[in-house]
Design a protein around this ligand. Structure first.
Ligand SMILES: Nc1nc(=O)c2c([nH]1)NC[C@@H]1CN(c3ccc(C(=O)N[C@@H](CCC(=O)O)C(=O)O)cc3)C=[N+]21
Length: 303
């Protein structure tokens, strides 16, 4: 028997996207300016190329100004830093995203620290990390994947998450830690679990909300998740799928999805869950950044 509600990330992303499109048109009517996004890709990783193309396409579809810089894998760190300096001072660019991971010879942290915090639409600069952790998320740019995941939670459970127990599995700077900060700001009781956590199944079983961001295919089993819990699966793992034909692959999350359907309350699928929200929140951040740089008041938050 299936009792779980599927959280339709694609549909929710589409509705948020429409709202962003409307707001971008309002901005243009009021100021004559379009939100401007620069995406920088270093190297030829095929998955990264797909994501960068998708970001550029979405920006264009929403009527944003969008530029894509593709640099060879052997680009010197100094040349990447010089490009960021140029984008930092370009008045038509309100948001800068440097696709991660960067090649090994480039110091990722140095690159992220050079991006002007006002243009840091990934929310990875220490100023934005600090603002989020200090409870000043209204002045920060919030990382796209956790922000999108929070919207999925609120669309599923309602705007008030206070008092709920949440377990975030994974402690990365791009998902786990900012996700925990956001849930804490929503007055959840938050646990961050990771590879060294003892009795992980018992920790997860106690949670009303489970956010899985470990990057290991189907590591979190259905029986580890409590009855009626809400599950946000951030993992995107590509596995070989010979049953679909030679050389074919399929995507799976960090949660064993099928094992959850008979007892969890709601769950995001992979694909079609968190992924589509990530891209739309990048557009939301670019619009927020543009309004701030143009001296306009903040828009209402998107829920
Ligand atoms: N500076 C930086 N910022 C990022 O936001 C960033 C990054 N680097 N590096 C790589 C990851 C990955 N990422 C995704 C975005 C959208 C989907 C997405 O739309 N996924 C769809 C389709 C997946 C597919 O079919 O391949 C889905 O889950 O339904 C997935 C993954 C952003 N990232």
């Amino acid at each position: 028997m299936t009792q779980a509600t599927l959280i339709d990330g694609k549909a929710i992303a589409a509705s948020v996207r429409e709202e962003i499109g409307r707001r971008a048109q309002e901005l243009q009517a009021a100021t004559g300016k379009r939100p401007g996004l620069a995406v920088v890709l270093v190297g030829e990783d095929p998955a990264s190329q797909v994501y960068v193309r998708s970001k550029d396409r979405t920006a264009n579809e929403l009527g944003f100004h969008s530029v894509k810089h593709t640099l060879p894998a052997d680009t010197a760190e100094a040349d990447l830093l010089a490009l960021i300096e140029t984008l930092n001072t370009d008045p038509d660019i309100h948001g800068i995203l440097v696709q991660l991971p960067l090649p090994g010879h480039i110091d990722e942290s140095k690159v992220l620290r050079l991006i002007r915090p006002e243009k840091d639409v990934d929310g990875f600069h220490p100023v934005n990390v600090g603002l989020l952790n200090a409870g000043e998320r209204d002045h920060a740019l919030v990382p796209c994947t956790p922000h999108g995941s929070l919207i999925l939670l609120k669309r599923t459970l309602g705007a008030d998450l206070s008092g709920k127990t949440a377990v975030v599995v994974g402690r990365s700077n791009i998902v786990g830690k900012p996700m925990a900060s956001l849930l804490l700001a929503e007055s959840c009781t938050v646990t961050i679990a990771h590879s060294r956590t003892r009795n992980l199944p018992d920790v997860i079983r106690a949670a009303d909300i489970v956010v899985a961001a470990v990057g290991r295919p189907e590591m979190i089993r259905g029986e580890w998740i409590g009855k009626g819990a809400t599950v946000i699966d951030v993992g995107i793992n590509r596995l070989p799928a010979p049953e679909l034909g030679e050389g074919k692959t399929r995507l799976v999350g960090d949660v064993a999805f099928d094992e959850c359907l008979d007892h969890v309350g709601a769950i995001t699928p992979v694909p079609g869950g968190v992924g589509p929200m990530t891209i739309v929140m990048l557009m939301a951040n670019t619009l927020t950044a543009a309004r701030r740089q143009l001296g306009l008041p903040e828009d209402k938050p998107i829920f």
